[in-house]
Design a protein around this ligand. Sequence first.
Ligand code: SF4
Ligand code: SF4
Length: 350
Amino acid sequence: MSNFDYKIATEDKDKLFMSLSKEFDLYGPIREVRAGRYCDTDAIMYRKLKNLDDIEYKEKSTYSPKEMLTPFTETLFYFTEDSYTETSERYKKPVLVFVRACDINAIKYLDDMYLKNGNAEDVFYKRRKKMVHYALMECPNSLDQHCFCVSTNSNKTDDFTLAVRFNDDNSLNLKLNDESLQGLFDGFTNEDFDLKFPEENDFTVEFPEIKDNHEANLIANDSMWDEYQARCIGCGSCTTSCSTCTCFTTRDIVYSQNTNVGERRRTNASCMTKDFDLVAGGGKFRTTIKDRYRYKILHKIYAHNSRFGDGAMCVGCGRCSSHCPQLISYPETINKVSKVLNTIRENKEN
Ligand code: SF4
Ligand code: SF4
């Protein structure tokens, strides 16, 4: 019997919550009734938990938990005409957040952009990351028809502080991965827990192995992108909901009472929206919607890996497809790119 596996009876869940709360503030996906995009639909959002029963574990969260590390908007510092003051860390206590394996696997792509991209680490991201710990929510099967985590090898992880199974009778099974926290579980019953991960999804994606810029350019110039000019509306929902997208913009907010004083904010942005690529002087690099969509796709499946060498920037969570109001499927697009690449190579041989 493992000393790190526990069975938490329904009536002991509040006791567990109190025990974990000694060490952490607890966050997880909770259902916000009628807060969804469409009439009478709910949203499942990451929020501070008041008890473990609030966790929505049967459905995928609407947005990814990346907002725990990179909030939709945050103030970085306050300035006057001759000085500035950095904001303090928003988490005053370590945080334990309930997440899926795919979303844990997404963190390495956030690290790439915030810690390994250029000569300087992002201090705001780095200090927050130290505060955030993960409670893996077991999902032994695909959560919905959009999941393709197996195709991206993001279906499994052992990078968690604890893992939890939500049982139908409202009890929990729990696996602790951090010996130093064992004291929090004094008085709970040990029971072996064989953590399961999804082994297959309804949908399989074949990621193309694009060899070099020449092949990437041939794909970029293929007519396959034309259909997206008509279909995509450039709303940015796919990227905002994505576990791995990291684009942001910064804004200086100047206070009306004294225009020499203000704050700099960092806010999520999207490569899919109009004017994302607008530069000083009015220049633009991607003037059409199909250019922007093609850029997004090739960045995820080629450019990111060329720079960081850790594979396609995607964990197969499927949020991009489930969020698209135009029913554009990112994984179907990837499969199309694979077919185009095969044709390019066949034509080269003939
Ligand atoms: S591209 Fe789509 S499937 Fe991949 S991580 Fe982003 S939202 Fe999830
Ligand atoms: S969610 Fe769909 S319509 Fe909106 S930008 Fe993404 S692909 Fe285009």
